[in-house]
Ligand binder design. Structure first.
Ligand code: PMP
Length: 449
C-alpha cells in the first residue's frame, strides 16, 4: 500500500488512543516506518530526532539488538508460560532479582503486569489488601493530584487527575485529588519555594479533612510527566515527606516515566531521597521493546501480603511474560554495564540543562525548565504576565507541527512543549535538539503574530 492508501485504511479501521478522530480524518496520520539510534523516519523518508523517546519509553534509542535478540531467543525457547498456580520461569526470577538490586532500598519484591495502567490497578488491589490484613479496613481512601497521569484503565484513570478524562467515565469513589505543584501555572505571586510548601501542605489539609484513619495511600509521579513535565519546587518533596511521616499512610511513587534513569538516578525516588512503599514501573524497563510493567513492593507491605493473607486474588495472563522479562533483563544490563545513568547524571543532563535554559530567552518562552533528561517550554504571548496566546492553547499544536517540520519530535501539552529524549543522546545531539527547537519557536512566533 502507498501512503495515501495506508492513511485511508488507517481511517477506516484503526481507533487511535487519545485522538480526535475528526481532526485525524482531516490531517491523515504520520506513518512511521523506521528508526535508528535516537531518530525515527516516516514513510516520506523524513528523519526526525525523537525528542520523546517514543512515548517516554525508548530510553536507549532504537538500535539495541541485545534487547530484540533476547526477546527472539526467549520466544524460541519458551515463548510463554504463566506464573500462576505455583509455576515460575527463569527470566521472571532473574528480572525480579535484578530489579530488587537496582530499586531503592527496601523495595525487594515485584508484581509484574503488562503495562503501567495495570500496575497502578495492582497498587489499588495491594493497598486494600494490605490494610484489610492489618485489620484497618476503614483505611480506604487514596489521595492523588490534579493533572496527574496514572493510566487509562478505570483504576489508573481514577487515580489520574486529568479533567478531560474524568468527563468521559465514572471514576472510583474512593480517590481524592489535591492541587499539583505547578509553580509556573498556579504559583501566582508566591516564590517557587513558598508555593512548593503550600502545595505540600494541601496534602496535610486533605488528610485532616478526611481523617487520617481513613486514608490508605498517597500516589504521585516524582515529576508529573504527561501533565506537562511539572518539576516540583525543591521545597515540595521534603515537605510531603514530613507530612507522610506523621501519619500511617502508604507512599506510592509512579515511576512509569522517571524509572530507569530519566532523572540521572535509577528512580525519581532516589533523586528525591524518598522511600516509597509501592513503586510503579513500565515503559523504559524494556526500552519499550515489549509491553511489561509492574510494581515494586516494599518488604513492609509484602511481608503482610505474603504471611497473613492466603491467596492474593489478582493477576494477569501476561504477568511476568518470559520474553518481556528477558527484554527487561537485557535493558537493565545495558544500563548497568554501560553506565548510562551515571553518564546522564554527570554529563548529558547538565549539558542539556545549560542549553535548554537558553531557550528561556526566546520572546515566546515564559519558562524553560529541565531536570535530568526531561524539559518543558511554556509558550506565552507576554513573558511578564505569563499570558497565553489564546484560551484554546493553539500555540502548542503549531509549535509541535513546526518542530516536526524541522526534524524534531516535541510533544505539546496545551501550550507547554515537552521533551524526554533518549538517555543516550550525545552532546552534539543535544545541540541539534536545541537548535531545532529554537527554529520551531521562531516559526511559531511568526505564525501566532
Ligand atoms: N503512569 C504514568 C506516570 C504514565 O506516564 C503512564 C503512561 N504514560 C502510565 C502510568 C500508564 O502506563 P501504560 O500506558 O503503560 O498503561
Amino acid at each position: 500500500m502507498n501512503k495515501s492508501e495506508l492513511q485511508q485504511h488507517d481511517r477506516d479501521h484503526l481507533l487511535h488512543p487519545f485522538t480526535d478522530f475528526n481532526d485525524l480524518g482531516k490531517q491523515g496520520t504520520r506513518v512511521i516506518t523506521g528508526a535508528e539510534g535516537a531518530y525515527i523516519t516516516d514513510i516520506d523518508g523524513h528523519k526526525m530526532l525523537d525528542g520523546m523517546s517514543g512515548l517516554w519509553c525508548c530510553s536507549l534509542g532504537y538500535s539495541r539488538r541485545e534487547i530484540s535478540d533476547a526477546i527472539y531467543e526467549q520466544l524460541n525457547k519458551l515463548p510463554f508460560y504463566n506464573s500462576f498456580f505455583q509455576c515460575t520461569t527463569v527470566p521472571s526470577i532473574e528480572l525480579a532479582d535484578a530489579l530488587a538490586e537496582v530499586a531503592p532500598k527496601g523495595l525487594n519484591n515485584v508484581f509484574f503486569t503488562g503495562s503501567g495502567s495495570e500496575a497502578n490497578d495492582t497498587n489499588l488491589r495491594i493497598i486494600r489488601r494490605y490494610w484489610d490484613l492489618k485489620e484497618q479496613p476503614e483505611k480506604r481512601i487514596v489521595i492523588s493530584r490534579k493533572n496527574a497521569y496514572h493510566g487509562s484503565t478505570i483504576g489508573g484513570a481514577s487515580l489520574g487527575g486529568m479533567g478531560g478524562m474524568h468527563k468521559q467515565f465514572q471514576a472510583l469513589d474512593y480517590i481524592e485529588h489535591i492541587e499539583q505543584p505547578y509553580w509556573f501555572g498556579e504559583g501566582g505571586e508566591l516564590s517557587p519555594e513558598e508555593f512548593g510548601i503550600k502545595a505540600a501542605r494541601a496534602l496535610d489539609e486533605k488528610i485532616q479533612e478526611l481523617g487520617p484513619e481513613k486514608v490508605a495511600a498517597f500516589i504521585a509521579e516524582p515529576i508529573q510527566g504527561a501533565g506537562g513535565v511539572i518539576i516540583p519546587p525543591e521545597s515540595y518533596w521534603p515537605e510531603v515527606k514530613k507530612v507522610l511521616d506523621q501519619y500511617d499512610i502508604l507512599l506510592v511513587m509512579d515511576e512509569v516515566i522517571f524509572g530507569f534513569g530519566r532523572t540521572g538516578e535509577w528512580f525519581g525516588a532516589d533523586y528525591y531521597g524518598l522511600q516509597p512503599d509501592l513503586m510503579t514501573f513500565a515503559k523504559a524497563v524494556t526500552n519499550g521493546y515489549f509491553p511489561l510493567g509492574g510494581t515494586m513492593v516494599s518488604d513492609r507491605v509484602a511481608e503482610v501480603i505474603k504471611s497473613r493473607g492466603g491467596e492474593f486474588a489478582h493477576g494477569y495472563t501476561y504477568s511476568a511474560h518470559p520474553a518481556g522479562c528477558m527484554a527487561g533483563l537485557a535493558t537493565v544490563n545495558i544500563l548497568r554495564n554501560e553506565k548510562i545513568i551515571e553518564n546522564v547524571r554527570d554529563n548529558t543532563a547538565p549539558y542539556l540543562a545549560r542549553r535548554w535554559a537558553e531557550l528561556g530567552d526566546h520572546p515566546i518562552v515564559g519558562e524553560a525548565r529541565s531536570l535530568g533528561m526531561v524539559g518543558a517550554l511554556e509558550l506565552v504571548k507576554d513573558k511578564n504576565s505569563r499570558a497565553r496566546f489564546d484560551d484554546d492553547c493553539t500555540a502548542g499544536g503549531v509549535c509541535r507541527d513546526m518542530s516536526i517540520k524541522h526534524g524534531l519530535v516535541m510533544r505539546a501539552t496545551g501550550d507547554t512543549m515537552i521533551i524526554a529524549p533518549p538517555l543516550i543522546l550525545t552532546t552534539e545531539q543535544v545541540d541539534e535538539l536545541v537548535e531545532k527547537a529554537h527554529r520551531a519557536l521562531d516559526d511559531t512566533a511568526k505564525a501566532m503574530a
